[in-house]
Design a protein around this ligand. Structure first.
Ligand code: ATP
Ligand code: MG
Length: 385
């Protein structure tokens, strides 16, 4: 393990994926790969150590920037700055007091300990009680409540890690470990959040966007590409299908109040075909129950007629305020607010809340939506990032 100028490394903990039993190795491999890519431009070394990944930056001055990047990588439950020493009480006490001496006046510390390896002669209680004595001697306040910093000792077989600056990770599973998700991405607030949830559960995104512009190179489409690029902070790769909805719009002119549901059915049919091409089994949408009048249980059922894929709607039970909160946090909100002529907004103003499955079946047959969706997919512009 390489050490930087102050000997600090970042210790990354796996969280949920550690519980994956026989599949654990595959998940950890995916996380290692994603970490290497996310931190590609940094001067550091990444290594695996039993129940954690260690990141050793060349310069301690870069720790903060690296930690900011780490906070966007799924599959990490928490990470912290860790200083390694030998797994014996004397070394642990020595390094801890060095780290404690940096605490300012009135600074309150919490001291915790955990053993990943239990064969040493001392246990966690011994460590904490020794360090409490050290802190007392140094005049440092210690409390489990209202503390300013954590000092946490973790003992493995060959090393003891003493960590500070603990931060919560993004959680979830490493992107790519769950295969691909087809994400219906509009220019709105909701679908980018749905895409984020797809990635959070380990799915790598294949975006599909339908537009009402005369061609696939319309400059207005920059907004959609920008949204996908923003989301790529969480995973750098995506594929995007840009698809004209013009043929649908022409043939749906007489569809009246059921047009919105028919359009969604058409989008899902196309997404289903793309899923087959991409080897995916799942389509994600930003639907939310009752948010707009077209998103009723009946309509969601009807639009999903004959779709092979599982359709995931991760925002189904969220309030708008909650979705906006997440969109702000993940950095897509401001972009979603930019004006955009969405193909949905050109459609029925007063959509029906109760479009039957039978009606969708009949209309889809009459309009030959299946063939139209196949043609639409063929005419897609594909962007790989
Ligand atoms: P959003 O904020 O994501 O646009 P919304 O509340 O405006 O959602 P709708 O316009 O009814 O609701 O769209 C519901 C879902 O259908 C979207 O979240 C998205 O997944 C999909 N969708 C809508 N329009 C498009 C589009 N032009 N291209 C791709 N998918 C779309
Ligand atoms: Mg919309």
């Amino acid at each position: 393990m390489r050490k930087n100028d102050n000997g600090a490394v970042i210790s990354v903990r796996f969280g949920e994926l550690w519980l994956r039993g026989r599949n654990r190795g595959r998940f950890i491999k995916a996380l290692m790969r994603n970490l290497s890519e996310r931190l590609m431009k940094e001067d550091l070394e990444i290594s695996r150590e039993y129940d954690r990944i260690l990141i050793s930056p060349e310069k301690a001055a870069n720790l903060e920037r690296i930690m900011a990047k780490l906070s966007t990588v799924f599959g990490i439950s928490r990470f912290e700055v860790a200083h390694a020493t030998a797994p014996d009480m004397k070394s642990i006490k020595k390094l801890s007091s060095e780290l404690m001496s940096g605490a300012g006046k009135g600074h309150v510390l919490r001291i915790q300990s955990h053993r990943s390896y239990k064969q040493h002669k001392f246990n966690s209680v011994d460590i904490v009680s020794e360090l409490l004595k050290t802190a007392k001697k140094m005049g440092i306040d210690v409390s489990n409540k209202d503390y300013d910093t954590d000092l946490s000792v973790n003992v493995t077989k060959d090393r003891a890690f003493i960590s500070t600056q603990r931060q919560k990770g993004a959680g979830g599973l490493p992107v790519g470990s769950g295969g691909k998700a087809i994400v219906l991405l509009s220019g709105g607030i909701d679908s980018p959040v749905a895409a984020w949830y797809a990635m959070k559960r380990g799915m790598s995104p294949v975006y599909v966007h339908f537009h009402g512009f005369p061609n696939n190179n319309a400059k207005e489409l920059k907004k959609i590409k920008a949204l996908a690029d923003r989301l790529s902070e969480y995973y750098p790769h995506y594929r995007m299908y840009i698809i004209p909805a013009s043929q649908f719009q022409v043939s749906a002119l007489s569809a009246g109040r059921s047009e919105t549901v028919l359009l969604k059915h058409f989008m899902l049919l196309a997404a289903d075909r793309i899923a087959e091409i991409e080897g995916s089994h799942m389509i994600y949408t930003g639907d939310c129950l009752g948010q707009v009048s077209s998103q009723t249980p009946q309509n969601l059922l009807s639009e999903g007629q004959g779709i092979r894929c599982a359709v995931a709607r991760p925002l189904i039970g969220f309030d708008k305020e909650e979705i906006i909160g997440i969109a702000k946090r993940i950095g897509t909100y401001e972009m979603s607010l930019q004006p955009y002529h969405d193909v949905c907004s050109i459609n029925a103003r007063n959509p029906s809340t109760d479009v039957s499955e039978e009606l969708i079946k009949v209309m889809a047959k009459k309009m030959k939506l299946d063939g139209m969706a196949a043609k639409a997919v063929k005419s897609a512009k594909i962007i790989d990032a």
